[in-house]
Design a protein around this ligand. Sequence first.
Ligand code: ZN
Length: 182
Amino acid sequence: MSFGNIDEAKKEYKMGGGEWYNFKIGENKIRIVSLFNHFGEHWDLKEGKSALCIGKESGCVFCNEGNKPTPKWLGWIIDREDGEFKILKSGYQVIKQISALDETDDYKFGADGLPKYDIVVKREGEKLKTKYTVIPGRKDVKLSEEEIEKQKTLKDPLEIILAMKEKIDNNEAEISEEEMPI
Ligand SMILES: [Zn+2]
């Protein structure tokens, strides 16, 4: 009996499922491989976790309770630790520092609107005291042929956000297991 190439199947499943990326304490080396879209997120005090905002006009329970949403950005990155493509959900602190790089001569983004280099995000502290420092790579690093091929198959971040909102609408699930909103 054969199950075929199990490792390949596992990889494919991960890709389809869209594994989430989390910054750990210390240095996190990533490569940004898609544009990012923003959405609103609430801190659910009762549950002690984050919850997606589906918009006040769509009947968001948190908005209606006067709980203000925080902006978050979502897009694809390559985790340089294991080489896997993952979905990154990030707050203003990190996104602001990354987008500021595009305004410098040395670190200007490419024609595709993405950095041509890897980035190290250094995380210190936890929860509300979390501090992130973005350090761009000194050298431009070309994506491999395989990475470029994978990049073409990534689900549009906006579609991922819309799918998450739909799930909330249908009471199926909340967004993720992440920490306090920063
Ligand atoms: Zn809301």
